[in-house]
Design a protein around this ligand. Sequence first.
Ligand code: ATP
Length: 353
Amino acid sequence: TRILGIEGTAWAASAAVYDAADGVDSVVIETDAYEPDSGGIHPREAAEHMHEAIPQVVERALAHAVETHDGGAGEPPVDVDERCSSDKQAAPVDAVAFSRGPGLGPCLRIVGTAARALAQSLSVPLVGVNHMVAHLEIGRHTAGFDDPVCLNASGANAHLLAYRNGRYRVLGETMDTGVGNAIDKFTRHVGWSHPGGPKVEAAAKDGEYVDLPYVVKGMDFSFSGIMSAAKQAVDDGTPVEDVCFSLQENVFGMLTEVSERALSLTGSDELVLGGGVGQNARLREMLAEMCDQRGADFHAPDPRFLRDNAGMIAVLGARMYEAGDTLALEESRVDPNFRPDQVDVTWRGPPEQ
Ligand code: ATP
């Protein structure tokens, strides 16, 4: 099975070609990132970026796939346009998978239109992938885990998922903003450019702990109080390094606490991490330590699979395609609020009774 994946929920205009026979390590991912001149992600600007960049990343990913599989050293260059004709035999992929949501509506609509047009011109099926389930599944796949709890720590989201009876259930989630967005709001206040997460991580190395709020309610959690307090602390003259250090300790401590609770509740001994904030070494250290203490296995995929990327869309797209889980064009509307627990998990076999 060879799948073209297209991702474009927020900042990453990304395309990937995944060949199941070659394995995940050889997936080709082409990404063109939107970087705001100032402030955070502006939906209209991000959509304009998708409009410009999606055709280019798709072209590059397909060209690479065609060259590596059908060309090879010494062969004349392959004309991708020719291969993308309506002749089914010549289609370079078996299906086109795209991120259907959640994400920014204007971005999703451009990606959805591109995916529909490509699927039609290649005469191949369309697969609609939930972006958050893709964050989870890429970790499950690269870890070789059977039934993990997943902590999705991304820009616009933060939640814990576990599989039960045909769906990934949300065990706990943020009661306000996503974790990355919360950090980015703090760094905007401080005057640092987007994205803020890596800057907080760097500054935290020289910091000491100061008191900040810590809000966990069962397996749900909240970031708005801690972010307001962090902004106020900087305005009041607390060294920004100390605030960054304490932010990380509290925010990641909260995520670690709820992850442990989810492992305990489900009885699972596998934890996978998903999302761009998962690139943070301190978060990974805390989660790994907690898992170690309770004898659970912890896995964080490579950074290229943690941040938004089309590789995870293509990999889950391949599993959905193999399960016959394709989308009719007239049912392929994007959904900015597409929750992971709305997805019928067709690729893990029939639900247990
Ligand atoms: P979603 O997947 O929910 O749609 P998203 O599209 O914003 O989120 P991701 O690529 O998953 O994108 O995550 C981006 C976020 O990751 C940004 O908020 C960024 O600040 C954060 N981030 C990136 N690197 C780090 C890091 N080293 N430490 C903490 N946060 C980080």
